[in-house]
Design a protein around this ligand. Structure first.
Ligand code: GDP
Ligand code: MG
Length: 280
């Protein structure tokens, strides 16, 4: 089973990266080499009460203008809604509620995903900061006062995350299945390979319940055993040049690799070996 994933969304400067760093420590990281992309780590591991899970900071690329803000936040919300088990929306107690906050909160609520609101920069402990109350207008009832700098409130926030995760499965049954991740750039032929394998082996093909995030999981059974192919190809978005989508594909690939026993990297022979392949 994939590790649960928590997505952190929110406007620039509310403290997403700081919260991310606080929760993940300095353990794992993906550093983007693309110019113009902030070098923030975007994907990390966290452990709380013996439960391991992953965190993604969706705010890697910041908008240049106030006009881009809504697009920026919607994109983050989309990533959270599509990939995460639960979403932590971060807001800044000092600036109050903004129009973009409202718009994104509405979008998140409609998704039906569990959402927590971290009202960040509540640095002092003691009585509730009265500025916190206006954030209830976002309609997210699970509200936590946090200080990413000091760590206040992060324990309660993590407790909440754990409550949203699916029950941990017994690994026994799954052990029989060999999990194979097919990774590679878009359009190298990942899905075609899986399809070809299914066809040749005249096999039972099914989508496995409980792998909702990867509807492309394919189980193949033959005389050699059971193989679960994790196809990371789900990424058929229009603008492949879009760096934001690039980040997104890295996250997907990372999740697939983590779950897999064996990884297959596919390369387009016509195009040759590229920098992106070497990163993968
Ligand atoms: P992001 O753009 O949402 O990722 O925000 P950052 O994590 O980069 O933080 C933006 C600024 O807010 C930085 O100057 C941080 O030092 C500051 N900051 C973040 N969290 C807190 C907090 O809990 N308390 C205070 N006082 N400042 C914070
Ligand atoms: Mg950041």
């Amino acid at each position: 089973m994939a590790k649960p994933l928590v997505a952190i969304v929110g406007r620039p400067n509310v403290g997403k990266s700081m919260l991310f760093n606080k929760l993940t420590g300095q353990r794992t990281s993906i550093v983007e080499d693309t110019p113009g992309v902030t070098r923030d780590r975007i994907y990390g591991e966290c452990e709380w009460c013996s439960r391991h899970f992953s965190l993604v900071d969706t705010g890697g690329i910041e908008p240049n203008t106030e006009n881009d803000m809504l697009k920026f936040m919607r994109r983050q919300a989309e990533i959270g809604i599509e990939l995460a088990d639960c979403i932590v929306m971060v807001v800044d107690v000092r600036t109050g509620v903004t129009a973009a906050d409202q718009d994104v909160a509405t979008m998140l609520r409609k998704s039906g995903k569990p959402i927590a609101l971290a009202v960040n920069k509540c640095d002092s402990i003691g009585l509730v900061n009265p500025d916190v109350y206006e954030f209830y207008s976002l309609g997210i009832g699970d509200l936590f006062e946090t200080s990413a700098v000091h760590g206040h409130g992060t324990g309660d926030l993590l407790d909440w995350c754990l409550e949203q995760f699916p029950e941990e499965e017994e690994e026994d049954e799954e052990d029989e299945v060999i999990k194979v991740a097919i990774v590679g750039k878009p359009n190298v032929g990942k899905s075609s390979l899986v399809n070809a394998l299914c066809g040749e082996e005249r096999t039972i093909v099914s989508s496995i319940a409980g792998t909702t995030r990867d509807s492309t999981d394919t189980l193949i059974e033959n005389e050699n055993g059971s193989f679960l192919f994790i196809d990371t190809a789900g990424l058929r978005r229009k603008s492949r040049v879009d760096e934001r989508i690039e980040k997104y594909s890295v996250i997907r690939a990372k999740m697939a690799i983590e779950r897999a026993d064996v990884c297959v990297i596919m390369i387009d022979a016509l195009e040759g070996f590229t920098e992106q392949d070497s990163k993968v």
